[in-house]
Design a protein around this ligand. Structure first.
Ligand SMILES: Cc1cc2nc3c(=O)[nH]c(=O)nc-3n(C[C@H](O)[C@H](O)[C@H](O)COP(=O)(O)O)c2cc1C
Length: 488
């Protein structure tokens, strides 16, 4: 992929501003002027997420804020923007994008050692630096995204940077950040996440943990921060492997942590075990306020860095489709497809981790059946492979004539090729989550999942009724002759 970027003479994307130029060139950038940070930006973004394909929306002249203090949403809400962000060829379909991505995570992982971040002396992020009494994070047009949110969330499409105190491993995770006042935020890092691991080690050793929060950058770095990259591998390295060149970073003036040289806004400071604050409620990726209000570590901002006319990168979760559900769907679909192939499941024709399930809860696999039990094998592995195991709820397996991305077709197969009494298996005590709306406090975080075998029964597949529709060959011929009827 690095090669294709190199040879295709496309301008190289180094930061969010290059990315915006490339999006404009695709005709997928919409400038929105005069919206209110208080609910309007969130609401307009929600309406945008629900049109297909949507546009990247760059909000400017936000009510009460100077022109140039901007905010971007829906960065990766279309196939073309996803492909561009991942430095892939243009002109791909949804499934084409998944196909293009297949095998890549393994390759990036292997190559990541070759791409440690490159430390440079200066960068645009150092254009404006504020310390101590001069720090004011209220200068940014942070939205209240949804009506029932407990506060203004500045960190949504963000990257929280921490370093392992025992090694060179620098982690970057998308953990939400809520504004408390001019100088304080909360940082919500769930247990088990890499950032949390670092936090706990630092707390045990030094009583505080240095962090840098990057709030606007090349969306590739946000995608990396929101993706479960293996323990010990830095997201900068991974992004470097995708781009075919290292990410340029500068040292944060307060913490020394590496921050993207072309970032838009960065907050630096320390988290302490005994400094916590109420956080939330905030809409979750499941589409509910299922996390409630809890406490999260509080950060007093030591240093605020930003470019002139900074751009916040927004990516609020919520009822799907949300800001980043398409990104998760595409990435998870390719990872699950790879996992099935790696596990030896034959004849997989497509995988789609639907956005309505947040890219996790509903997975459809299509395959060409070759033997009795083939479809159940695929279902069980799809439900439990590492990429899908957390918070999956339904796996549907369909024959190769069904497009897994098309829910109408998938449900037609469910309606016509299943016998509920024998074609639905249930797995119990599987890996659930605190944010599962079906979990009641203080219950354990198990869930259950159904595997729906919506393939024609293999033992009498040759007797199964033929589909009543014009054959694809005949449709092609008709379109050659009659295509003008359907041109508009
Ligand atoms: C927009 C967005 C918001 C997220 N918010 C949180 C969050 O508040 N807390 C959290 O623990 N994980 C959150 N996640 C999930 C993590 O970013 C994801 O699990 C990632 O892999 C974490 O990085 P790590 O694997 O290096 O810990 C969010 C993901 C995205 C895309």
């Amino acid at each position: 992929m690095a090669k294709s970027a190199k040879h295709s003479k496309k301008p190289e994307i180094g930061d969010l501003r290059d990315w915006l130029k490339a999006t404009k060139a695709l005709g997928e950038l919409q400038i929105v002027k005069g919206a209110d940070w208080n609910l309007e930006i969130g609401g307009i973004s929600q309406i945008n997420y629900r049109r297909r394909p949507n546009k990247a929306q760059l909000f400017d002249e936000i009510k009460g804020y100077p022109r140039g203090y901007r905010l971007l949403t829906a960065s990766m809400g279309s196939t073309r923007r996803m492909a561009m962000t991942f430095r892939l060829p243009s002109g791909l379909s949804d499934q084409g994008l998944v196909k293009e991505l297949r095998g890549k995570p393994l390759k990036w992982e292997t190559e990541s050692v070759k791409f440690p971040p490159h430390v440079v002396k200066s960068g645009a992020i150092l254009e404006e630096v504020y310390r101590g009494a001069d720090v004011n994070i209220l200068k940014f047009p942070t939205p209240i995204w949804h009506e029932k949110d407990g506060g203004r969330y500045i960190g949504t499409g963000c990257a929280v940077i921490t370093r392992d105190p025992d090694s060179d491993w620098v982690n970057s995770g998308a953990y939400r950040v809520m504004v408390l006042d001019e100088k304080r935020v909360t940082v919500n890092i769930e247990s088990g996440k890499h950032g949390r691991l670092h936090l706990e080690k630092w707390w045990a050793r030094e009583g505080r943990c240095p962090i840098a929060i990057c709030l606007g950058m090349d969306p590739l770095l946000f995608a990396m921060a929101g993706l479960e990259i293996p323990t010990g591998i830095g997201e900068y390295n991974y992004a470097g492997a995708i781009m075919g060149r290292p990410v340029d970073v500068v040292r944060g003036p307060a913490t020394g942590l590496p921050i993207p040289a072309g970032a838009e806004i960065v907050l630096e400071g320390w988290l302490y075990p005994d400094k916590q604050h109420k956080e939330g409620p905030y809409g979750e990726w499941t589409g509910y306020y299922s996390g409630g209000q809890r406490t999260a570590p509080l950060m007093e901002v030591e240093t605020l860095l930003h470019r002139h006319d900074p751009i916040l990168l927004g990516a609020p979760p919520g009822k799907p489709p949300c800001d980043y559900s398409y990104m998760r769907t595409v990435l998870k679909s390719s990872m699950i497809h790879d996992a099935l192939v790696k596990a030896g499941v034959a004849e997989i024709r497509g995988v789609w981790a639907h956005e309505c399930g947040g890219g996790r809860m509903l997975i459809v696999v299509s395959l060409k059946q070759r033997f009795c039990g083939h479809s159940r094998q695929a279902a069980a592995i799809a439900a439990q492979c590492q990429a899908a195991s957390y918070m999956n709820r339904y796996v549907i397996v369909v024959d190769e004539d069904i497009d897994p991305t098309n829910l109408e077709e998938v449900m037609w197969a469910v309606c016509t090729r299943t016998d509920p009494a024998t074609d639905i298996e249930v797995m119990k005590k599987t890996w659930g989550s605190k944010v599962d709306p079906m979990r009641r406090e203080p219950g354990p975080t198990f869930n259950s999942r159904a595997l729906i075998d919506a393939c024609r029964p293999f033992d009498w597949i040759n007797e199964f009724p033929a589909v009543a529709e014009a054959s694809p060959e005949f449709v092609r011929k008709l379109l050659d002759k009659w295509g003008h009827l359907f041109a508009e």
